[in-house]
Design a binder for this molecule. Structure first.
Ligand code: COS
Length: 384
């Protein structure tokens, strides 16, 4: 009797709140924000006002202390409305998570407390121009100088970066040591020597701001170090093990939207004297979308549940959820376009945007090829 798939009353309320906000505030402006590559800061403010921003900040630091199950519930709704917008709060949780995992109580209060006092964001800076999948090959340098670290190097593809209060930066004390030389350190954006270049020309998710960050001999107090000098890489990995789950949740939202749009259109559009929904060719598409959507949703919730319980099985589960959900989202968007035909190919309808947005979910927070490496290693480790 221990197995229970129902949401609690609080989780249902959260879902209703997120759904209403997504439908009434986010969806109506999604096309405009996408076209103009405009960061909808007013939506970030509203998300804060209704209590859905930075939800994982612990109660001791002034937050709600909610878990991944709650984040997944919200993520599906926001992903349904605009995956690009959802990437903003999602990437903020990505910046918060290393501090939750490795920050002292004092660091949690210092860095996370302010995120609950006004609409504000965190950010996570791991990738670089020359390395993404091979995270241990990072080149941003950290040099200890008295009670400071001096950070120099360039980070790339960083969501929120400039919009955030701080970036959790991964830097190496010695590149030859690969993952053993990496530190995780909180670098506030107002420090001298920090500059940003906005990345333009993205295929999708254009409401989410993406930056290159340049650290030019930035002096950061040693009290901003998370964990110790050996633990940075592990902190990055443990963070991504959790934060890939919300990527899956957003993907479920994209898939649900694709199904909603395709089914609505199929009932309205006529061909050969009847609605195209009467044809099995269309019905099979809708049914396949539903199969992908339902299985991805339940598995994503399962991965979140494992992570919230601290079960190490969440490492592989988060990779499964992220890879699977982002792939069914892309496929659902593709089939929705096919269902709408020529109308699906132009931006009068929202489905072409779903495809462009879903593509990034197969790439960021570890490509789906990296997810398969994580999954395969887990399978083989169990047999050794
Ligand atoms: N969770 C926890 N620990 C992990 C881990 C994971 N998913 N993957 C590796 N580790 C640990 C290992 O256990 C090992 O620890 P020990 O030194 O204590 O044994 C250490 O990290 C190094 O592991 P490994 O040698 O396997 O590292 P690799 O260099 O082979 O890289 C991958 C491992 C490919 C998994 C890693 O580089 C990765 O995740 N890359 C993708 C990065 C990414 O997602 N970027 C997106 C940025 S955010 S948009």
């Amino acid at each position: 009797m221990a197995l229970d798939f129902s949401l609690t009353d609080e989780q249902k309320q959260l879902q209703q709140l997120a759904r209403r906000f997504a439908r009434e505030q986010v969806a109506p402006v999604a096309k405009e924000n996408d076209e103009q590559a405009r960061v909808p800061w007013e939506l970030v403010e509203q998300l804060y006002e209704i209590g859905l921003l930075n939800i994982s900040v612990p109660e001791a630091a002034g937050g709600l202390g909610l878990g991944l199950v709650e984040e997944v519930i919200i993520g599906e709704e926001l992903g349904w409305a605009d995956m690009g917008f959802y990437t903003i709060p999602m990437a903020s949780e990505l910046g918060i998570t290393p501090i939750l995992l490795a920050g002292s109580e004092e660091q949690q209060k210092r860095f996370l407390g302010p995120l609950t006092e006004r609409p504000s964001l965190a950010s996570f800076a791991l990738s670089e121009p020359g390395n993404g999948s091979d995270a241990a090959a990072l080149r941003t340098r950290a040099v200890r100088d008295g009670d400071h670290y001096v950070i120099s190097g360039t980070k790339m593809w960083i969501s929120n970066a400039k919009e955030a209060d701080f970036n959790v930066v991964f830097a190496t004390l010695n590149p030859e040591m690969r993952h053993k030389g990496v530190i995780a350190i909180v670098v506030e954006n107002d420090r001298e020597g920090v500059s940003f270049n906005k990345i333009h020309g993205k295929m999708g998710q254009r409401a989410a701001p993406t930056y290159e960050i340049i650290y030019d001999d930035v002096r950061v107090p040693a009290e901003n170090l998370l964990g110790d000098e050996q633990s940075g890489f592990k902190i990055a990995m443990l963070t991504l093990d959790k934060t890939r789950i919300p990527v899956a949740a957003g993907s479920v939202g994209v898939a649900r939207r694709a199904l909603d749009e395709a089914a609505k259109y199929a009932l309205e559009r006529e061909a050969f004297g009847r609605p195209i929904a009467d044809f099995q060719a269309i019905q099979f598409k809708l049914a396949n979308m539903k199969i992908g959507l339902e299985t991805a949703r339940i598995y994503t919730l399962y991965a979140a549940w494992l992570a919230d319980r601290g079960d190490p099985a969440h490492i592989s589960a988060s990779a499964v959820a992220k890879a699977y959900a982002s792939e069914i989202a892309f496929e659902a968007a593709n089939e929705a376009i096919q269902t709408l035909g020529g109308y699906g190919y132009v931006n009068d309808f929202p489905v072409e945007k779903l495809l462009r947005d879903a593509k990034l979910n197969q790439i960021y927070e570890g490509t789906n090829e990296i997810q398969r490496i994580i999954i395969a290693r887990d399978i083989l480790r169990a047999l050794k």
